[in-house]
Ligand binder design. Structure first.
Ligand SMILES: O=C(CO)COP(=O)(O)O
Length: 139
C-alpha cells in the first residue's frame, strides 16, 4: 500500500483561480501526494501543473462531491482541500454539506480556505522558490 498522502482538491468556480495558484505554489509537495479532484477543478490543476497526476471524478454538481465523500467513507482519502465560495448559492449545496459532514465523521483534515490549506500542507520550504509569481497572488 502506498504511504503517499491521499489528498482531494476541490474549488467552487469563483475560488478556482485561488486553488490553481495554491497548487502551483505547492506543486512539489503535491507531486508527492496521490491526488483526487472533482472534474473541472482537476482539469484546471492539470492544465496549470501538467506534471501532476490527478484522478478526476465527476464535476461537483453532477455527483463529484458525492464521489469524493464516498472515497472518504471507504477510507480512501486522508485530507480534503476544498476552497468554498461562501457568497454564492449552489444548486448542489446538499452534496457539499454531505461531503463536509463525512470529512467530520471520519475526522480527516478539511481545509476550507487557503490559510487552513497552508497549515495542512505546510508552506513551501523557501517562499516563492518554486514559483516566484505565486507569493503575490492576491495577498
Ligand atoms: O462544484 C464543485 C464542488 O461543490 C466543484 O466541482 P468542479 O470541480 O467540477 O467545478
Amino acid at each position: 500500500m502506498s504511504d503517499r498522502l491521499r489528498l482531494a482538491l476541490i474549488a467552487h468556480d469563483k475560488k478556482k483561480d485561488e486553488l490553481v495558484a495554491f497548487a502551483r505554489r505547492h506543486r512539489a509537495r503535491l507531486a508527492a501526494c496521490e491526488l483526487y479532484a472533482t472534474g473541472t477543478t482537476g482539469g484546471r490543476i492539470v492544465e496549470a501543473c501538467p506534471a501532476l497526476s490527478v484522478t478526476r471524478v465527476k464535476s461537483g454538481p453532477l455527483g463529484g462531491d458525492q464521489q469524493i465523500a464516498a472515497l472518504i467513507a471507504e477510507g480512501g482519502i486522508d485530507a480534503l482541500v476544498f476552497f468554498v465560495d461562501p457568497l454564492t448559492a449552489m444548486p448542489h449545496d446538499v452534496d457539499v454539506k454531505a461531503l463536509m459532514r463525512l470529512a467530520i465523521v471520519y475526522d480527516i483534515p478539511m481545509a476550507l480556505n487557503r490559510s487552513t490549506a497552508e497549515a495542512v500542507l505546510g508552506r513551501p520550504r523557501a517562499p516563492g522558490s518554486d514559483d516566484p509569481a505565486s507569493e503575490t497572488d492576491g495577498r
